[in-house]
Design a protein around this ligand. Structure first.
Ligand code: SF4
Ligand code: SF4
Ligand code: SF4
Length: 266
């Protein structure tokens, strides 16, 4: 790490940082570049040595690697392992990297060959089940969201640079939604995963009158049984709840079990 700058006489470490993308829409990286108001301050905190979306220079010497996207090909697995070897700290950036993200929706189909044929027709490409990066390498930190919230990333990176402990909110989106004085969407007849989803987005969707789809994964102690009760009381079909639980992969096994139960009872 570089220690060119000082603050009150104390050397300030400026870590070398790389951003990498696996299978993804690259929206999480774009979020970082988009933040023009604070981009320069952010850049003064770190030395970016690899960021394909933002620069052409490349280096394999970095302290922190941010990896966006899920693993859907053999070459991505190899590349991820090399990144892990090079990085002191590996950060999963966004829902694709943390849970498989929207890519993992294809895992619901039992016949992947059929999926490939339907999607790519006569132009087949190599693709396999989408998996989070933690399925292949140890991950030091996860940053949730689809996309990530840039303000949150900047806070986390500042803490990383200063060596402070990083923690995520341990309460659900509902808490932020209520603090933002929103009318609950259930009272308007719409489903929302806010009661079971980890907060940290400042109720991004519900403050814009859209139900939460759970992109940040489950809050600690998420009570899915209670959520099922709520949608029953509100006469919302369970399939609508399940669509949301399956969307980003964060509710993994619980969503699979619910799907199985639903199919068995239909
Ligand atoms: S988490 Fe969402 S925004 Fe980020 S790369 Fe995946 S699909 Fe794109
Ligand atoms: S709209 Fe969603 S997040 Fe907001 S209070 Fe209702 S259930 Fe919770
Ligand atoms: S409200 Fe839900 S879906 Fe929307 S950003 Fe927050 S966690 Fe993600």
């Amino acid at each position: 790490m570089k220690t060119e700058r000082t603050f009150l006489g104390v050397p300030v470490v400026k870590p070398r940082v790389g951003f990498f993308d696996l299978s993804s829409c690259e929206g999480c990286q774009l979020q970082i570049l988009n933040n023009e108001a604070t981009l320069l301050s952010f850049l003064s905190l770190v030395e970016i040595v690899n960021f394909r979306e933002g620069m052409k220079e490349k280096s394999d010497e970095y302290d922190i690697a941010f990896v966006e996207g899920s693993v859907t090909r053999a070459d991505e697995e190899e590349r991820l392992k090399r990144i892990r070897e090079n990085a002191g700290t590996l950060v999963a950036l966004g829902s694709c990297a943390c849970f498989g993200g929207v890519n993992q929706l294809k895992n619901r189909f039992h016949d992947l060959e059929w999926v490939k044929k339907e999607v790519y027709g006569d132009f087949p490409i190599e693709t396999r089940e989408a998996r989070p990066i933690s399925a292949f390498v140890p991950v030091d930190l996860e940053i949730y969201g689809c996309p990530i919230k840039k303000e949150e990333v900047e806070k986390i990176v500042t803490k990383l640079v200063l060596g402070h402990e990083i923690s995520h909110p341990n309460f659900p989106v509902c808490m932020e939604c209520k603090a933002n004085e929103n009318v609950c969407l259930y009272d308007l007849g719409e489903p929302c995963l806010g009661p079971v989803t980890r907060a940290g987005c400042d109720s991004w969707c519900t403050s814009n009158r859209m139900g939460c789809w759970g992109c940040r994964g489950p809050a600690p102690a998420a009570n899915l049984e209670q959520l099922e009760e709520i949608i029953k009381q509100k006469n919302i079909p369970q399939e609508r709840l399940l669509d949301r639980l399956e969307c980003f992969g964060g509710f993994g096994e619980a969503a699979r079990k619910m799907r199985h139960r639903l199919e068995k009872n239909s």
